[in-house]
Design a protein around this ligand. Structure first.
Ligand SMILES: [Zn+2]
Length: 434
C-alpha cells in the first residue's frame, strides 16, 4: 500500500532514490517495484536498477512474490532488518547498560554494570569500550556485522559535536568529545545523544507506536528529563536542552538544586530527593517494608525505594504519589503546549508499579487543557530500564541509512548486510543483568 510517503523526495541524485526505496521498504509503505515507482514518481527501469543494487548489497531481500490481486504476482521487497546489528549504550548516573540489537530493536545480547558517572568521561569511556568489546566477543560465530554504536548520556548533548553541554552536575563532562574518542577506539561509526532522547526513539520503535508523530517520554531517575518526538522527528531544541524539565523552577520551593538554582522540580520529585526522604524514614515504624528491603539489599538507592513501592510500603507509596502529582503538573504544561498523543513514563519507579503512573495521569487530566488531554494516552515504558540502550541503538538507523552511505556500500561491491538473520533473541529483562 502506498501511504503518506507518496512522492517522497526523489531527485536527480540516484542515491537519494536508493535512500527513499530503503525507507519505503522499512516502513512497509511500498513493497513492490510498482508501488515504489508510484511513491517516488521515478521510472520503472531506474527503480529496477536501484533495487537490484540494494538486493546485491544485502540491504533489501527479494521475497519472490507478494499477495496477488490477480494476474502475475508482483515481486515483494523486504528490508533486511536482521542482516546487521547495532550496539546501544545508556550511561546513567549509576549504571551502564549495553545491548546489541537488530534493526527492529530486538535485543540479541545485553549486559549491565554499576558505574558512577561522576568518575568522569575518561574512566567512563574505558568502561564502555570494555563492555562493548565483551558484547562483541559474546556474539555467536557468524553473527551479522555491527554497523553502528549509539550512546545515551545523562545530560544535554550537542548531537553534532557528540559531547555533553554544560551538564548541571557533571562539569568534567562538559564538551568532552565522547563520540570522537569512542569512534576512534572502536573503529565503528558512533552517535551520541541525551539518554531521554534515545528513550523516545526506542519506545517509538515498538510496532504499535511506530506511526505516532507526537510522543513524549518522561524519565524519572535520579533527575527528571523529557524526550520530545514532535511532528515525526526528535526535537532537541536550539542548544540540545529541550525537555530538561527537572531543572525548571516549580511552585514556591526554594530548595537549592545541584544545578546552582533553587526550587527545581528535581529537588521535590526527582530520585535523589525521594531517596533522601526515604532514608530519613528507613528505620521508622511507618516504613516497615522499606526497612526490610534496605536490610536485605544492604543499601538504600532509588532501586530500593521502587522495590518498597512495589511491595506496598505506605510511606514510599505516599512520597512517590506526591512526586507524581508534581511531575504531572509540569507534564500538563507540556501537554498544553505540544499536544502529544502519547506520554510514556520511564525509569526504575515505572517498572513494577503503577503508583507513579496513576498519580501523573490524575494530575495531567486535572491540569491539562481538555482538547489536548481527552484522547491522550499515558502509560509506563514497555522496555523497562532497557529503553535508553535500545533507543540508542535505534538512533543509529536513520544516521546509517543515508544516500551517501548506501552509495558507498553499493559501490564497494560487497554485502553490507549479512544473509543470515540475527541470532534468536533472549527475552528482554526489565532489570539490569549483573
Ligand atoms: Zn536544578
Amino acid at each position: 500500500m502506498v501511504g503518506r510517503e507518496s512522492h517522497v523526495g526523489f531527485t536527480t541524485n540516484p542515491h537519494a532514490l536508493s535512500e527513499s526505496i530503503v525507507r519505503l521498504a522499512r516502513q512497509q509503505t511500498a513493497t513492490t517495484r510498482t508501488e515504489i515507482a508510484e511513491a517516488t514518481a521515478a521510472g520503472k527501469s531506474i527503480i529496477t536498477q536501484r533495487v537490484a543494487e540494494l538486493v546485491g548489497a544485502g540491504i533489501l531481500i527479494d521475497e519472490g512474490t507478494a499477495a496477488s490481486t490477480g494476474g502475475r504476482a508482483p515481486r515483494a521487497l523486504r528490508f533486511n532488518r536482521g542482516g546487521a546489528l547495532l550496539i546501544g549504550v545508556e550511561i546513567n548516573a549509576a549504571r551502564i547498560d549495553v545491548v546489541a540489537t537488530d534493526f527492529t530493536g530486538t535485543i540479541v545480547l545485553q549486559t549491565s554494570e554499576e558505574h558512577d558517572v561522576r568518575d568522569g568521561p575518561v574512566a567512563t569511556l574505558a568502561r564502555v569500550i570494555d563492555l562493548i568489546d565483551r558484547v562483541k566477543h559474546a556474539l555467536p560465530p557468524g553473527s551479522p556485522p555491527v554497523l553502528g554504536v549509539g550512546v545515551g548520556l545523562p545530560g544535554p548533548v550537542d548531537f553534532t559535536a557528540g559531547s555533553m553541554v554544560s551538564p548541571p552536575s557533571l562539569p568534567a563532562w562538559n564538551a568532552y568529545p565522547f563520540r570522537a574518542r569512542l569512534a576512534r577506539a572502536l573503529g565503528t561509526e558512533v552517535w551520541v545523544d541525551n539518554d531521554v532522547n534515545a528513550m523516545v526513539v526506542g519506545e517509538r520503535a515498538l510496532d504499535d507506536d511506530r506511526s505516532l508523530q507526537n510522543v513524549i517520554v518522561v524519565n524519572i531517575g535520579l533527575g527528571i528529563g523529557a524526550g520530545l518526538f514532535i511532528d515525526g522527528r526528535l526535537y532537541r531544541g536550539s542548544d540540545g536542552g529541550a525537555g530538561d524539565i527537572g531543572h525548571v523552577a516549580y511552585g514556591d520551593s526554594n530548595v537549592p538544586c545541584f544545578c546552582g538554582k533553587t526550587g527545581c522540580l528535581s529537588t521535590i520529585a526527582g530520585g535523589v530527593a525521594l531517596t533522601e526522604m526515604a532514608r530519613s524514614h528507613a528505620g521508622g515504624s511507618e516504613s516497615a517494608i522499606l526497612g526490610e528491603v534496605v536490610r536485605r539489599a544492604g543499601r538504600l538507592t532509588l532501586h530500593e525505594v521502587a522495590d518498597a513501592v512495589a511491595l506496598g510500603d505506605p510511606f514510599c507509596i505516599g512520597i512517590v504519589a506526591e512526586a507524581g502529582r508534581q511531575i504531572g503538573r509540569v507534564i500538563s504544561l507540556m501537554v498544553g503546549v505540544l499536544n502529544p498523543s502519547l506520554v510514556i513514563l520511564a525509569g526504575e519507579l515505572c517498572v513494577d508499579s503503577d503508583v507513579l503512573l496513576t498519580a501523573v495521569r490524575t494530575s495531567v487530566i486535572a491540569h491539562a487543557p481538555t482538547i489536548a488531554s481527552r484522547a491522550l494516552e499515558i502509560r509506563n515504558s514497555r522496555l523497562g530500564t532497557w529503553s535508553g540502550a535500545i533507543g540508542a541503538a535505534q538512533m543509529c538507523i536513520d544516521e546509517l541509512l543515508t544516500a551517501d552511505r548506501i552509495r558507498s556500500w553499493v559501490e564497494s561491491g560487497g554485502r553490507a548486510f549479512a544473509e543470515a538473520p540475527a541470532v534468536v533473541a533472549p527475552a528482554v529483562s526489565a532489570r539490569p543483568v549483573h
